[in-house]
Design a binder for this molecule. Sequence first.
Ligand code: AMP
Length: 362
Amino acid sequence: MRIGIIGAGQLGQMLGHAAADLGMQCTFVDPSEAPPAASCGDVIQAPFDDATALAKLARASDVVTYEFENVSVEALQEIRDRVPVYPPPSALRHAQDRLAEKLLFQSLGIPLPGFHPVDSREDLDAAVAAIGLPMVVKTRRFGYDGKGQVVVRNGSELDAAWQTLGDVPLIAEAWVEFDFEVSAIGARNTAGQISSYPLTRNHHEDGILRTSQAPYDNEALQDRADSYLRSLLQKLDYVGVLALELFVAGDALLANEFAPRVHNSGHWTIEGASPSQFTAHLLAISGADLATPEMRGFAGMLNLIGEIPDAARSLPAGSLHDYGKEARAGRKLGHITVVAASAAERDARLASIEQIVSKFNV
Ligand code: AMP
């Protein structure tokens, strides 16, 4: 089976490793000189929406997928009659626009924070009246890792928020005093079979994921998250892995956003579960059966951001993944996974690794 992947970053690299284990060949499209996935297959060096490059990718592949969200939906539609493209471009269209995404959650009865579309300075006042303060104003499109977001705590900050973000369509969301964040990761294959992982508990700093722990054992939350995930997968006639990010606030479980792709909060599945999210994605899009993932223990993942310190290379416990990217402040360069026999042991190991590497994470 030949897999075409748009994007050759670290997610492409980890998909590439999983593909090799399954005996699949990968071809990538990516504009970078030496992207992380270059070691996993041929790279067509071109912009992600380059029609000629995508046509070439379609010819070289039995199925095409993508590893990040800023792919042009129209460019994907173009190659769709030549090769299956999964996840379906309509899912990507919803994920690319926070308003469409929230309306989708709403139509499925998935609880979410109050929101209000903002296209003018007056709309910001209307948003305050509708959802109250504090609120977070986000760009509707092209936001990631907390970029394109401003928190407004009182009315005097509205003008500044408008100055910062106002030249593109926006959405205001009620600020959620959440206890913590979780993600529900699952897959659906071409036959409609669904499998899902145990809930992952996530910790973000400055909008960037720092650590994940799984499983987050809570049957009631797990059931609710699974039902939301299932309804999304079915509604979108989805094929592949999808990650749904949620806030846990008291008894409430509120959807934040979904990613139509393998996800950073599922990296622990490489060592911590079988199949990994990368293998599950490939099985789903290639029409294979989806087995229920088996846990290999209690898993934790720590992102390496800005720099990979030498100490991270000689840890007594933990699997280091170095994406081979050039160091830059705020950039995800790698991650470390631990798998332990108990949650307490996992958390202790994660904490000691965090201490070793945290002073380098900038
Ligand atoms: P996002 O890009 O929407 O996933 O936002 C990045 C991170 O900012 C989230 O993972 C949360 O930690 C935080 N955040 C986003 N929206 C809200 C909200 N409505 N209330 C509280 N925190 C938020």
